[in-house]
Design a protein around this ligand. Structure first.
Ligand SMILES: [Zn+2]
Length: 179
């Protein structure tokens, strides 16, 4: 199975943990922590819960497809590898559904970090324009195109799940063309 770019969900999760969950570590052997020492980052329980729910969702999704996958017990960011290993033999559609789930979580992590520009990398599923923006209160991506409205004349909005599905389908179409 693919590696490299596919691991970005795990990378995003680790970033989120570093930012909000893990206590700041200082001292020898950890050259990366160059934060000022006067302000320890408080553990954000909302983010802790969010990560826990995301990991559970992946675990549950995996076991629904492969009942004998067992329980995932490793470090949280490893859940994606674990799920891929247990579902690598499944049909293409099921693997795409898995990747769409991972990608949706990647977008959620990005947004939790404040990076709502992740939304703009996706065309609107309806009109194809690149004018999606994040509506935090609705937790949906909205289209900026004035002509792209629903039956009530309101801007079309999309769940992250839909954007992720389209993203994965597009990627797979490109991969097929390349071979
Ligand atoms: Zn649109």
């Amino acid at each position: 199975m693919g590696t490299g770019a596919d691991d970005t969900t795990a990378q995003r999760l680790r970033l989120l943990q570093q930012e909000f969950v893990q206590p700041v570590r200082t001292g020898p052997g950890d050259g990366r922590s160059s934060r000022p020492t006067h302000a320890p980052v408080p553990i954000n329980l909302g983010v802790v819960d969010r990560i826990r729910a995301a990991v559970y969702e992946v675990e549950h999704h995996t076991r629904a497809a492969v009942p004998d996958a067992g329980h995932f017990t490793g470090e949280e960011s490893r859940v994606y590898d674990w799920a891929r290993q247990h579902t690598a033999h499944l049909a293409t559609e099921q693997q795409q559904a898995r990747e769409a789930l991972f990608y949706r979580q990647e977008l959620e992590y990005a947004i939790a970090m404040g990076d709502t520009t992740a939304i703009r990398r996706h065309p609107c599923p309806q009109c194809g324009c690149w004018g999606l923006y994040w509506r935090a209160e609705a937790r949906r991506a909205a289209c900026v195109n004035h002509y792209c409205t629903d039956d009530n004349g309101l801007s079309r909005t999309w769940e992250l799940k839909r954007l992720a599905q389209e993203h994965v389908a597009r990627k797979s179409a490109v991969a097929h063309c390349a071979t």
